[in-house]
Design a protein around this ligand. Sequence first.
Ligand code: NAD
Length: 256
Amino acid sequence: SLSGKTAVITGSNSGIGLGIARALAEQGASVVLNSFTDRDEDHALAAEISRDHGVEVRYIAADMADGQACRDLIRQSGACDILVNNAGIQVVSPIDEFPVDAWNRVIAINMNSAFHTTAAALPLMRKAGWGRVVNVASAHGLRASPFKSAYVTAKHGVVGMTKVVALETAREAITANAICPGYVLTPLVEAQIPDTAREYGISEDEAIEKVILLKQPSKEFVTVEQIAGIALFLCSDAAAQVTGTTISADGGWTSQ
Ligand code: NAD
């Protein structure tokens, strides 16, 4: 059980982050949900998860594109035994046309945020004598695809950062690992379907089959629940010596 632990999950009002938050709450952890919005429905979502699992769930708005806001999120959480760096966005464009603003945003949200939250969370983990850093990277942290230069750069960076954090905490009861999913059907991927179709000049159905799942030999999307299961494993005692590594859930993508 994770009761007594506080988990902070960045970018968790949707998709994979929300799935991980629900799974951690189910195991008894107190949960901090986050995104950049501060809507009634964000706070209602926290109340719903709290009711479902009988644990404390707070929603704290913070923009993961802003380094100080990342650090403030951890400070406001008060404790952070489990840090899940999940917030992420995708922008698809050839590198010579890649808008500079979009590049900076992808790098800030997908990579720099994990630096800031980890820097703020490690002292809290050390004080508690236990900690887990779970970075939601990607198969694109290990392999590349055209038109995703900022995303591939950021995710490779996160995989590298994960290894350094593992080494700096190696003698403590703290681990740092990265989950590397292939394609999971979430709003992030749904939004890429029209972009991909346009980029390749094909229909949306063809974009799914021939481009998006091209590299995923299983030809099946990964599920949010499967990713949440890996996060729970990384938080368990069985994973105490699993540190500085990646766990892929990609239907065979990175075996190629
Ligand atoms: P999603 O769009 O459903 O979720 C992204 C989350 O990040 C949302 O909660 C969103 O509100 C939040 N977010 C976006 N910008 C933010 C900001 N500036 N500040 C705070 N929060 C912000 O997408 P998802 O597929 O669930 O993606 C979650 C993570 O998983 C991302 O890091 C993504 O790169 C990674 N990932 C996804 C897939 C996939 O196929 N869906 C595959 C590999 C890795």
